[in-house]
Design a protein around this ligand. Structure first.
Ligand code: SF4
Ligand code: SF4
Length: 359
C-alpha cells in the first residue's frame, strides 16, 4: 500500500504542529483530538497507526482546519486520503479496491464492463430486439424480464454483502482501543444511526456547510429509493399491478426519491465546482462516486420518462445504461467512497463503546 506521504507529499511536510487545526475543528473530541496528531504520524510514515485510527472517521471533510492552517498543509485532505487508503486496504479482493481507488482512469472499465455485460446478456436472450410499440405502451419487462434482473442482481448483491461484511469485520478488529469497548453493539448503534439521520455533526461544519445539505438529501434519497424498490416488488407480486402508471402512489415515492437524489447530487456538485481551493480539493475517487450517483439518478429519470415520451429504441438504450450504472453502484459499495457508510458508522459505534466523548 502507498504510504500516506506518497499521497500528499508536499502538504504533509509543511505542517509545523501548531495545533490550530485541532483547536478549530468542531468535531475533534478532547480525549482524541485530530487532525494535528495524524499530520505528525503521516510525516513520520506511521501508516499502520493511521490506518487503525478511529479518529480519522470522525472527520466530515468540512475543511475548517484547512482554511485556518497557517502553513497550507491541508489537513482535511490528508484525512480524506487516509480514509481512502483504509477502504482500499480492507477491500476483498484487494484488486477491486485498487481498481476503484484509482478511479482517475478506471471509470471507463468500471462503467463500460457492466454495460457490455448487459448488452451481451440481452443479445443472448432476445437478440437485442426492441418492441415495435407506440410511445406510452413500452413495458421494460418485455425487454429485460424480471427473472433476468434477479439472475444478475441477486448474485451481485450476495457478493457485495459478503465482501462488505469481511471488510467491516477486519476494520472493526483493527481499530485502536478495541479492548476498551463496553456495552452492546446494537444499543450503541441506535443513537449513531439517529445522529447520521439528522446530520447533527455535519451541521457543525462552517467553511463548507453546503456539503451538509447535499449529503443530507443524498442519504434520504437513497432511503426513499429503497422504499420505492420495495413497493415496486409489492406491486409486482402482492398486488399483481405492474407496470405502474405515473399517477400511482408507489410511483410518487420513487419520484420523490429521484428529486431528493437530484437535489443532493447537484448541491454537492455545485460545492465541488466552486473554484475555492482553500476549501480542499476532492479526490478522483470522490468525483467518480458522485458522477456515478448522478448517472444512476438521471438515467433512472430518463428511463421513466422514456417509457412515455421516447421512441422504444432510445428508451431501451437509456434503460440498459441505467441497469449498468446500478450494477457499478452496487459493486462500488465496499470499494469506493460509498464504503464510508459502513466504516464511519462502525467508528462512531466504537467511539461510544470506548467512552470517547463526541462533541
Ligand atoms: S496542519 Fe496546519 S494547523 Fe494543523 S498543526 Fe499542522 S501547521 Fe498547524
Ligand atoms: S476537515 Fe473539518 S472535521 Fe475534518 S479535521 Fe478538518 S475541521 Fe475537523
Amino acid at each position: 500500500m502507498n504510504r500516506v506521504e506518497d499521497v500528499f507529499p508536499e502538504s504533509v511536510y509543511r505542517c509545523y504542529q501548531c495545533a490550530t487545526c485541532s483547536a478549530v475543528c468542531e468535531l475533534s473530541p478532547d480525549d482524541l483530538p485530530f487532525p494535528r496528531r495524524q499530520m505528525l504520524l503521516a510525516q513520520w510514515g506511521q501508516d499502520e497507526k493511521l490506518l487503525s485510527d478511529p479518529a480519522v472517521w470522525f472527520c466530515h471533510f468540512c475543511n475548517d482546519c484547512t482554511v485556518r492552517c497557517p502553513r497550507d498543509a491541508r489537513p482535511g485532505e490528508v484525512l480524506q486520503g487516509i480514509r481512502s487508503r483504509i477502504i482500499e486496504k480492507q477491500s476483498v479482493p484487494r484488486w477491486l479496491g485498487r481498481l476503484f481507488g484509482t478511479a482517475r482512469w478506471s471509470w471507463v472499465l468500471l462503467l463500460g464492463a457492466p454495460l457490455l455485460l448487459w448488452l451481451a446478456i440481452l443479445y443472448a436472450v432476445n437478440g437485442l430486439a426492441v418492441p415495435d410499440v407506440p410511445a406510452g405502451k413500452l413495458n421494460y419487462g418485455e425487454v429485460v424480464p424480471h427473472w433476468l434482473l434477479y439472475l444478475v442482481f441477486f448474485p451481485l448483491a450476495g457478493f457485495v454483502v459478503a465482501v462488505t461484511a469481511m471488510g467491516a469485520s477486519k476494520f472493526w478488529t483493527s481499530l485502536q482501543g478495541a479492548e476498551r469497548r463496553r456495552g452492546s453493539f446494537l444499543a450503541n448503534l441506535a443513537p449513531v444511526l439517529w445522529e447520521i439521520a439528522t446530520h447533527r455533526r455535519f451541521g457543525k461544519c462552517r467553511a463548507a456547510s453546503g456539503r451538509k445539505w447535499g449529503h443530507f438529501w443524498l442519504v434520504w434519497g437513497f432511503v426513499a429509493a429503497l422504499v420505492a424498490t420495495t413497493l415496486a416488488v409489492v406491486a409486482l407480486y402482492a398486488l399483481d399491478h405492474y407496470p405502474l402508471e405515473l399517477t400511482h402512489p408507489f410511483k410518487w415515492v420513487g419520484n420523490i426519491a429521484a428529486v431528493m437524489l437530484v437535489v443532493g447530487g447537484l448541491l454537492i456538485l455545485g460545492e465541488r465546482l466552486k473554484e475555492d481551493s482553500s476549501l480542499g480539493n476532492s479526490t478522483a475517487v470522490d468525483n467518480f462516486f458522485l458522477a456515478l450517483v448522478l448517472v444512476v439518478v438521471f438515467s433512472g429519470v430518463l428511463t421513466e420518462l422514456g417509457r412515455f415520451a421516447f421512441r422504444p429504441g432510445l428508451a431501451v438504450g437509456i434503460y440498459v445504461i441505467h441497469l449498468a450504472s446500478i450494477f457499478t453502484l452496487f459493486l462500488s459499495l465496499p470499494y469506493s467512497k460509498f464504503a464510508h457508510i459502513v466504516y464511519r458508522t462502525l467508528a462512531m459505534v466504537h467511539e461510544r463503546m470506548t467512552g470517547i466523548q463526541p462533541k
